[in-house]
Design a protein around this ligand. Sequence first.
Ligand SMILES: NC(=O)c1ccc[n+]([C@@H]2O[C@H](COP(=O)([O-])OP(=O)(O)OC[C@H]3O[C@@H](n4cnc5c(N)ncnc54)[C@H](OP(=O)(O)O)[C@@H]3O)[C@@H](O)[C@H]2O)c1
Length: 276
Amino acid sequence: MKTRNILVLGGKGKTGRRVAQRLIKLGHNVRIGSRSENPAFDWDNPETWPGSLAGMDMVYITFQPDLAVPGALKAIKGFSAEALKAGLKKLVLLSGKGEKEAELCENVVMNAGTDWTIVRASWFNQNFSESFFLDPILAGHVALPMNKALVPYVDADDIADVAVEALLDDKHVGETYELTGPRQLTFEQASHEISKATARDIQFESITMDKYMSMLRAYQLPDDHLWLINYLFTEVLTESNSVVSHDVERVLGRKAKDFKDYAIETAATGVWNPVV
Ligand SMILES: NC(=O)c1ccc[n+]([C@@H]2O[C@H](COP(=O)([O-])OP(=O)(O)OC[C@H]3O[C@@H](n4cnc5c(N)ncnc54)[C@H](OP(=O)(O)O)[C@@H]3O)[C@@H](O)[C@H]2O)c1
C-alpha cells in the first residue's frame, strides 16, 4: 500500500476525528487540521491554509460552522484554489443533505481542477452525544420544535468509513454520495430510543419554533448561531429531505447503522449518565 499524506480538516470534530483515526490505523501520514495544531488551520484566517496544505496529497474538508452560512462560498473557493496551487490531487468534501447553499460550495469543489468526491450527510446521530442535543438528554428533558419532521439520522462512523473509502480508492472520484441511516425518526422517537438504551426517563416536549428561538436567545447564543439553527430547522428538515438513501450500503457493502444500535453503543460509554 502506498502511504498517502492526508490533511483532515476538523480533525478533532465528529467525523474528522474518526476519519483521522482510521487513516492512521491504516498507516497513512495524517495532518490534523485544527486551530490548536502546529501548523494551525483556521477557516477564519486564510494565511494558515498554505502551511496546512504543504506536502499533502489529499484533503478531507469539513467546513465550520456550515456550508450554508454567508462567507462559506468565498472560503471554499479560496481554499480549493490554494489546494490546487499546493499540488493536492484529491478533495473529499463533507456537505449537508438538502442544503441549497451547500450545493454551491460542492460545485466549487467539483470544478477545482483536482479529483473530488462529495459526501452529503443527513443530520448525525452524534448530535445527541457530542453536540447540541447532549445537554437536553443529560437534563432528561428535550424540548424541540418541528416534531413532525422525519430525520434519517446517519452515524458519524458510517460517514468516516465512506470518507476514508473516497480518499483511498479512486473508483469514488466524481461521485456524490447521500448518506443517511436506514430509517427516519422524529425527535421524540430519537429521544425515546435513548431513554430505552439508558433506562432513564427522558421527557420530550414539542414546542413551537418561536419558543425554541426564544429559549436559545435566553442562553445568549450569538446571532450567527441563531441564524444557522433557524435555517437548519426550517430549511433542512423538509419532507423531501427525509428520504432514506442506500449510499452507505452501496459504498461499504454493509448496512448503515440504525439509531437504536447507536443509542445502545453510546449508552455503554457513559456519556449520557446524568452528572450528579
Ligand atoms: N452535525 C450534523 O448533523 C451535520 C450534518 C450534515 C453536515 N454537517 C456538516 O459537517 C461539518 C462539521 O460540522 P459539525 O457540527 O459536525 O462539527 P465538527 O465536525 O464536530 O467540528 C468541530 C470542530 O470544528 C473546528 N472548528 C471550529 N471553528 C473552526 C475554524 N474557524 N477553523 C477551523 N476549524 C474550526 C473545531 O476544531 P479546533 O477547535 O480543533 O480548531 C472543532 O473540533 C459542517 O460543515 C456541517 O455543515 C453536519
